[in-house]
Write a protein that binds this ligand. Structure first.
Ligand SMILES: NC(=O)C1=CN([C@@H]2O[C@H](COP(=O)(O)OP(=O)(O)OC[C@H]3O[C@@H](n4cnc5c(N)ncnc54)[C@H](O)[C@@H]3O)[C@@H](O)[C@H]2O)C=CC1
Ligand SMILES: O=C(O)[C@@H]1CCC=N1
Length: 280
């Protein structure tokens, strides 16, 4: 299904590079099958060409007309300019994948003017190491085969969940799209705490990273609930309980919940604002 397909990334930033790195590392997609473009930064395109061997593109319309899969990977606010540049170039046989936070498939379908297959996807930067958690939802004109193609693309770089209800993609964005940043933030905090307790940074880091990795593998491989695994670590009146008590005092779970709901809301807000702009 994927062999020989060409991928055109419009937007050559962080998520593009994570996907490119992951796709190439599978060996299924070859560098010459990945085309990239951005707004104006040729230095960035040259870096991607030199480092990954991918193909920089300047004539967006012509590349968009030829690629099998077009991946919209600019900031949500830049979507109108990008769609304007693509108008009329994409046909219903092709697949457009948007990874843009908040942007409904309808807005992209309207912008492209033809009855084009659009899949909204929300991966995360862990694509680079084939560990993305990606949510997908089909647009109005997406055939089951085209949805399958999108699923197989993101399955190469991690786990995929297909959601029927497009509005849930905002929650996926708040949860797993932004999710790696929450984890990195916690790692930063744990490293700093390790240092505060006297462990040099270069020794704190491997301890924290292996703890993170080990806990993730325990969750995946034992299939136990997180609560169960937490209890196994927590001896009555022991050290973990002392630590968890502090987290509870600071409403840790509520704070995480608020963070994810805020991020979800921000995704909804971006979509609504840009939809209003489109209708104006
Ligand atoms: N960074 C992340 O972890 C994730 C980002 N996303 C989404 O991916 C999109 C891109 O995010 P990043 O890669 O972080 O942004 P970024 O700022 O690193 O890259 C954006 C790129 O889009 C290019 N661009 C802007 N207008 C363009 C146009 N008209 N034609 C061609 N290229 C254009 C810019 O030159 C830049 O290369 C956003 O919509 C974001 O919501 C989705 C999942 C995860
Ligand atoms: O922060 C953002 O808006 C993007 C979407 C998900 C991750 N990064």
């Amino acid at each position: 299904m994927l062999a020989g397909k060409t991928f055109f990334f419009i937007g050559a930033g962080n998520i593009c590079e994570s996907m490119v790195k992951g796709l190439l590392s599978t060996g299924i997609v070859r560098p010459g099958e990945i085309w990239v473009t951005n707004r104006s930064n040729t230095e960035r395109l040259n870096f991607l060409r030199n480092y990954y061997g991918v193909v920089p593109v300047t004539d967006k319309k012509s590349a968009a007309g030829q690629a099998d899969v077009i991946i919209l990977a600019m900031k949500p606010q830049d979507v109108f300019t990008a769609l304007e540049e693509l108008k009329g170039a994409v046909n219903p046989e092709q697949l457009v994948i948007s990874v843009l936070a908040g942007i409904p498939t309808g807005l992209i379908e309207e912008g492209l003017a033809e009855k084009v297959a659009v899949v909204r996807a929300m991966p995360n930067t862990s694509c680079a190491v084939l560990e993305s958690a990606t949510g997908l939802t089909p647009g109005r004109y997406t055939t089951p085969e085209q949805l399958e193609l999108a699923r197989s693309i993101f399955s190469m770089v991690g786990e995929v969940v297909v959601l029927e209800d497009e509005s849930l993609l905002d929650a996926v964005t708040g949860l797993s799209g932004s999710g790696p940043a929450y984890v990195y933030y916690m790692v930063e905090a744990m490293e700093k705490a390790g240092e505060a307790a006297g462990i040099p940074r270069e020794q704190a880091r491997p301890l924290v990273l292996k703890t993170l990795m080990g806990a993730a593998r325990m969750l995946m491989e034992t299939g136990e609930k997180p609560e169960t695994l937490r209890r196994q670590v927590t001896s009555p009146n022991g050290t973990t309980m002392a630590g968890i008590n502090e987290l509870e005092k600071a409403n840790f779970q509520q704070t995480i919940r608020r963070a994810i709901l805020k991020a979800t809301h921000r995704s909804q807000e971006l979509g609504q604002y840009l939809q209003k702009t489109a209708n104006a």
